[in-house]
Design a protein around this ligand. Structure first.
Ligand SMILES: NC(=O)c1ccc[n+]([C@@H]2O[C@H](COP(=O)([O-])OP(=O)(O)OC[C@H]3O[C@@H](n4cnc5c(N)ncnc54)[C@H](OP(=O)(O)O)[C@@H]3O)[C@@H](O)[C@H]2O)c1
Length: 274
């Protein structure tokens, strides 16, 4: 069985490729830049651009299953092309914010395309990626200081290998057809606690310089973040949160092993913060 993995060079996609190869599957990996993709030799690397569905024909030919990265603008066309090419199961990377009315993440339109495809589908909706912390790595490397608002905001960080394992389970196991899996990591942690975990992995202290939200909002917008995204994120961080146990149960249930902790993630990525 050939499985086409889109976003194969991405944070999650790279691990989807590895998981499927480990399971003995024939993996075709899509990237816009095959020459720099650095994917495992056992994967069949194909060029293609989800922004230009016509470029996907060769990659889709003969593929029976598809791991789909969400591109709202072309989702309907890409899904139609996949089905026409013979794809019989689609696992979509969506997000836990899909139903959030405060901000249109674009997931709903991609989910609708997949759900009306006429073939088996599963939407996987991870919560916040632990890998978002890599955005702060340059500042931590340079100054051992993190400046941000909402140090006490609680999130449930999700390891990218767990997201990939959930995707692989939905691609390979039966019983996930027509289902949406919303999930996150095993712990609810404040931003300050996550920073401490990175500092512990690093073996050095990291200073947290907590910014006033109003000043941070102005700064982020002048740095180029769209105001609606800033307001959405700040709104989430300002809302008290605790562990969503239902979300935490999904990774163990689908993979048969415990979910990875934020300390696991920090230890694996410590080089980025050095
Ligand atoms: N960050 C979060 O907390 C969070 C939470 C829930 C859901 N999500 C969703 O997860 C997704 C990000 O996943 P990720 O982190 O695994 O991806 P990523 O690391 O951002 O990588 C995306 C990959 O997709 C490929 N790509 C991008 N545009 C493409 C296009 N038009 N055609 C073909 N390939 C394209 C790129 O590969 P090439 O350059 O090699 O082509 C890139 O390596 C986003 O949709 C995001 O909304 C994120």
């Amino acid at each position: 069985m050939t499985i086409l993995v889109t976003s194969a060079t991405g944070t999650v996609g790279r691990h989807v490729v590895t998981e499927l190869l480990k399971a003995g599957q024939s993996v075709r990996a899509l990237t816009r830049r095959p020459e720099t993709a650095a994917l495992p030799a056992e994967a069949e690397v194909r060029g293609g651009d989800l922004d230009q569905p016509d470029t996907l024909r060769a990659a889709l030919a003969g593929a029976e299953r598809l791991y789909l990265f969400p591109v709202p603008e072309t989702a309907a066309e890409v899904v139609a092309l996949a089905v026409e090419s013979g794809v019989r199961r689609i696992v979509l990377l969506s997000g836990a914010g899909a139903d959030d009315d405060a901000f249109d993440t674009g997931y709903r339109v991609v989910e609708a395309a997949v759900q009306s495809s006429g073939v088996d589908w599963t939407c996987i909706r991870p919560g916040e990626f632990a890998a978002n912390w890599l955005d702060w790595a340059p500042a931590i490397r340079a100054t051992r200081t993190l400046s941000r608002p909402y140090a006490q905001a609680v999130t449930q960080p999700t390891h990218e290998r767990d997201i990939a394992a959930v995707a692989a389970a939905a691609l390979l196991q039966d019983g996930h057809e027509g289902r949406t899996h919303t999930f996150a990591g095993p712990e609810a942690l404040t931003v300050a606690a996550q920073l401490d975990t990175i500092a512990k992995a690093l073996g050095e202290p990291i200073r947290l310089d907590e910014l006033d939200p109003a000043a941070a909002r102005t700064q982020w917008i002048s740095d180029g973040y769209p105001p609606e995204v800033v307001d959405w994120l700040f709104g989430l961080w300002a809302t008290p949160a605790s562990l969503n146990a239902e979300w935490a149960e999904v990774v163990p249930a689908l993979t048969g092993r415990p979910a990875l902790t934020f300390a696991d993630w920090a230890n694996e990525h410590v080089a980025a913060f050095r």
